[in-house]
Design a protein. Structure first.
Length: 503
């Protein structure tokens, strides 16, 4: 079977036939460059001047519409910034180019040079004097119809198959230009965050993706093997332990915006490959970091959306600091009615049974409390809130509360029903940290695959001394869905992980 039969079917065969005719005309269907003078929006913005000067413009983009009207041909080109109409008359271009136009399909990339004018219907148009084919498509684009109604663009027959859009993001971007705006906003979020942290004097650094010992979070890793060293390595699940090594080494404020990898399930709020910003600051505690978190996220929202008051999935959310601080046990009581504060293991297991939470033998009281919160409380928190006083059992890298060793100086920032950030006062007592790692290893032996592992080198770094430190991790993907008002991480990750397709 030939490749033209494998995909694309008859339409691809037709396009291949056109490609051969174009080549016979002596035209290169895939030239190396095109000298564009203006983006489409530049022409619209500068129309009066360009029309008055009778200046020729050269635009380039994808053909999104083409129609013949007698001896004239109208079409539309879309570039990165917008679209514009083109007008072709047989007597204004060469015979070769006119034959070329007859072989153009929607989706082909064109370069068009000519002077601009406004049609009787008021549409700014480029009157073609020279046309170049820049790339011939061999597969048909889904046809999306648009029209102007009351000054607004209305889309009909949209390319709306969510799964196909995620799998073929290039196609999604080609026919749904509004999707591009989501990723432009995401880029602005990252840039705004970086500027905020740099303006605070913090240093951006890079830490290893491949690690001999993974750590910094409770998660299953991806494992690989280095052939030359003949050793197993892991894709990092967090940046934390390496960044804190830098604090031990003398840095006082470091951050990293990086990819992390966790071998976990996929849903609207989880992707195995995700982007995290982690920040660590010496001589400060979790209270300081909560202030940084609310101030930074509010500042990013202001810069990117124009306001600290946003709408997410129909909900009005005010990100203006200060945010509410709420103890985890108080949040559970507020949203479920269960009083878990000071409850023993037997009572908590009873609550879990009533809530139909399946517990594991290695779960202690803290794990059950956190599971109740995750399953029945977090999704109900709409307005930005810091949940504080997490169980020590589930926070092996955080400092214990001096007045209550069962809880730690930890917080999570939650809004719109999901976690945006996680931070705490960092544990810098090497003996306490080693014991916590050993406790985690004991849980692993009981079957907890996400329990953390002992990192002897990190313990050594602590034994050389690390000052009081606070840290935070902010999920870039989740912050992006909040500020772009989208529903899933797949909407803000250009190439999300998908279930393999059958052949």
């Amino acid at each position: 079977m030939s490749d033209e039969d494998t995909y694309g079917g008859e339409l691809r065969k037709v396009k291949l036939g056109k490609l051969e005719k174009i080549k016979k005309l002596g035209i290169d269907p895939y030239p190396t460059k095109y000298d564009r003078t203006h983006y489409t929006v530049d022409i619209v913005e500068q129309f009066e001047t360009l029309e008055k000067e009778q200046a020729a413009v050269a635009v380039a983009g994808r053909c999104t519409a083409i129609r013949k009207m007698g001896k004239a041909i109208f079409g539309h080109l879309r570039d990165f910034k917008g679209k514009i109409q083109i007008y072709v008359r047989k007597d204004k271009i060469s015979e070769q180019q006119y034959e070329l136009i007859g072989l153009i399909d929607i989706g082909d990339f064109l370069g068009v040079k000519g002077r601009i004018f406004r049609t009787k219907t008021g549409e700014i148009t480029v009157a073609a004097e020279d046309i170049q084919l820049l790339a011939k498509t061999l597969l048909p684009l889904p046809i999306v119809k648009e029209e102007e109604i009351d000054g607004k663009t209305v889309t009909h027959d949209a390319f709306a198959d969510k799964e196909l859009r995620y799998r073929r993001r290039y196609l999604d971007l080609a026919v749904n230009p509004e999707v591009k705006e989501i990723f432009i906003t995401r880029a602005k979020i990252v840039s705004s965050m970086r500027r905020y942290l740099e303006n605070k004097g913090y240093i951006e650094v890079e830490t290893p993706v491949l690690q001999p010992v993974y750590g910094g979070a409770s998660a299953r890793p991806f494992k690989t093997h280095h052939n030359v060293l003949d050793t197993d390595l892991y894709l990092r699940i967090a940046d934390e332990l390496y960044l804190k090594r830098l604090i031990a080494g003398g840095f006082e404020g470091v951050f990293e915006i990086a990819k992390d990898f966790r071998n976990e399930g996929i849903d609207r709020l989880h992707n195995p490959e995700f982007t995290m910003m982690e920040l660590y600051v010496a001589y400060k505690n979790h209270e300081f970091m909560m202030e940084i978190a609310e101030d930074m996220i509010a500042a990013i929202a202001q810069e990117v959306t124009g306001s600290m008051k946003i709408t997410y999935q129909g909900q009005k959310i005010d990100l203006t600091p200060p945010w509410e601080r709420l103890k985890m046990t108080e949040a559970i009581k507020r949203y479920t009615g269960y009083n878990v504060d000071g409850a023993g293991l037997a009572l908590l297991k009873k609550y879990a049974d009533e809530l139909e939470i399946e517990t594991e033998p290695f779960w202690g009281p803290g794990k059950i409390i956190e599971e109740i919160f995750d399953e029945f409380v977090e999704k109900k928190i709409t307005h930005p809130t810091f949940i504080i006083d997490y169980p020590s059992e589930t926070s092996p890298l955080a400092k214990k509360n001096p007045s209550n060793p069962d809880i730690v100086e930890r917080f999570e920032a939650i809004a719109a029903g999901f976690e945006l950030a996680n931070g705490y006062s960092e544990l810098n007592d090497p003996q306490d940290q080693k014991q916590r790692f050993l406790d985690q290893m004991a849980k692993r032996r009981l079957g907890d695959e996400e329990a953390q592992v002992l990192d002897e080198d990190y313990i050594m770094a602590l034994e050389y001394g690390m000052p009081p430190t606070t840290g935070i991790g902010v999920g870039i993907d989740r912050l992006s869905i909040l500020l772009t008002d989208t529903n899933s991480l797949k909407d803000v990750i250009l190439f999300p992980q998908m279930k393999p397709q059958d052949d």
